[in-house]
Ligand binder design. Structure first.
Ligand SMILES: [Zn+2]
Length: 480
């Protein structure tokens, strides 16, 4: 029998010969209140909105002679927009019923910090502008945006990538659904400070795009920015010789950037398109048509907000955050650790992966608590200041791992180590389920009117650190 295996060979593309050029546009949400009101930035509301506000698109005055926008307005006039309004994260500013408040100073500070980390020159006067948005994602029909800094750059393994401009702007509302001529947007996201960082088309190949996005991402995450899905969005602009520019939106995962670019370049070579387009990155690594690439965004001054002067005094007050490393980000991602804790593990040169391997019954999260947080807790609660050696940690972790210890028992062992008291491993043997059950029954028998919390108190006092409080509480409720 002959088996014929078909192997698909992708020829390695020579990006230099193809005249490949790419730039990135990165949008990052800042972790502060909204940009022009005091509403908190709460995202992904699940419950029903408190209000639904219906609007028709209004004509924007003073834009005569702008044919394409006018045409689009004409086209969209008939649409009705439904805005889902939430009392806890929206106010009249998002509805464009009230003028914007003063700019959020914290967001401005973070934008300046990131600009400085990107080696950009801060502009002396920040002018807030309005950028026309016609899809309804901004209730007002415009998005506030301001140039913060110019001429930044980052170093990469393949040379400098220039960052011509950094903008601070308002995040748009999130589209929820479209039914016939009705479009529904949710207002929770509207007005969250968003930093826009665009690079020059200095990117030389797909892997270089990933590296560049990674470096900028690391710098962003060193400052106070939002984390998690949707908090950062990367778009790639690319072209090859004799082909129009393509903008690919919606990269969810940094790792997929090279593959998607590779596929897109192969598509350009095969299809030879004539028109510049905005395309969406699909899960299968291909891209699909979204819309034609728009012309220059229409921008005019925001007259409700005065110019913001950035003088030397203000700049000198800005402290630069310490840059986090790729290593810390790696721990954060792999073990779902809190960013601060991941950072401290790296700073303390702890080989965390080895610990995870050596103590398999202890969850990485609990391990990180023992290594980083519990020594701090000893200081806060017992005024014990002690730098645990590797040997001491080993002793604590071995006991914790062998006996599946709870937090209080670990703290107890740590105190004993510092005070050089004898540790008897038998003291930390897990208590059996039956024993706890018997004990709870006894307490209830003696005093049947006790509240669950009071029973809990008695049991925890007796078995502190050896039992899981949640399991005990569930058991009490079951037995009572
Ligand atoms: Zn508001």
């Amino acid at each position: 029998m002959v088996i014929i295996t078909q192997i698909k060979v992708t020829k390695m593309l020579n990006y230099k010969k193809l005249g490949f050029k790419a730039g990135l546009e990165i949008h990052q949400q800042l972790d502060t209140k909204k940009l022009f009101c005091s509403c908190p930035s709460i995202l992904n509301k699940k419950e029903a909105p408190n209000l639904i506000v219906r609007r028709k698109l209004r004509a924007v005055a003073g834009l005569s002679g702008e044919k394409d926008i006018a045409a689009l307005h004409e086209q969209q006039k008939d649409l009705t927009f439904n805005y889902e309004f939430y009392h806890d994260c929206n106010c009249l500013v998002e509805l464009d019923e009230s003028p914007p408040e003063e700019i959020n100073k914290e967001a401005l500070k973070i934008a300046l910090q990131i600009s400085l980390l990107l080696k950009a020159k801060i502009v002396p006067k920040i002018k807030v502008m309005r950028k026309i948005v016609i899809d309804g994602s901004n209730v007002s029909g415009f998005q506030r945006t301001m140039l913060i800094a110019k001429n930044g750059k980052i170093k990469t393994s393949k040379g400098i990538v220039k960052i011509p401009a950094i903008f601070l702007e308002e995040e748009a509302a999130k589209k929820i659904k479209t039914v016939d001529k009705e479009v529904t947007y949710r207002l929770d996201r509207l007005g969250i400070p968003l930093l826009e960082i665009a690079t020059y088309p200095d990117i030389k190949d797909p892997e270089h795009a990933k590296e560049t996005a990674g470096i900028i991402g690391t710098i962003l995450r060193s400052a106070k920015v939002k984390r998690g899905i949707g908090s950062i969005r990367q778009d790639v602009n690319l072209s090859i010789r004799n082909s129009p520019r393509m903008e690919i939106k919606g990269f969810q995962d940094l790792k997929l950037i090279p593959k998607i670019i590779e596929c897109e370049v192969s598509r350009l070579l095969k299809e030879n398109p004539k028109q510049a387009e905005v395309r969406k990155a699909e899960p299968n690594l291909t891209t699909s048509f979204l819309r034609p690439l728009p012309g220059e965004a229409r921008i005019y001054p925001e007259t409700d907000i005065p110019e913001i002067k950035i003088d030397k005094k203000l700049l000198s007050k800005i402290k630069l955050p310490e840059l986090i490393t790729e290593k810390a980000l790696d721990l954060e991602r792999e073990f779902s650790l809190h960013p601060e804790i991941a950072k401290e593990i790296i700073e303390n040169k702890i080989d965390f992966k080895a610990f995870v391997k050596n103590y398999p019954r202890t969850s990485p999260k609990f391990l990180s608590q023992i290594l980083i947080e519990m020594p701090k807790e000893l200081k806060a609660r017992f005024n014990i200041i002690h730098k645990f050696t590797d040997m001491e940690f080993k002793e604590v972790l071995t006991l914790a791992d062998n006996h599946s210890l709870q937090k209080e028992a670990v703290i107890d062992i740590m105190i004993k180590i510092v005070k050089k008291q004898k540790i008897n491993p038998a003291d930390y043997k897990q208590v059996s389920f039956q024993e706890i059950e018997q004990e709870i029954k006894k307490v209830i028998q003696i005093n049947p009117s006790l509240q669950p919390n009071a029973i809990m108190g008695i049991i925890m006092k007796k078995y502190s650190g050896k039992i899981n409080p949640k399991e005990v509480f569930d058991l009490i409720k079951k037995l009572q």
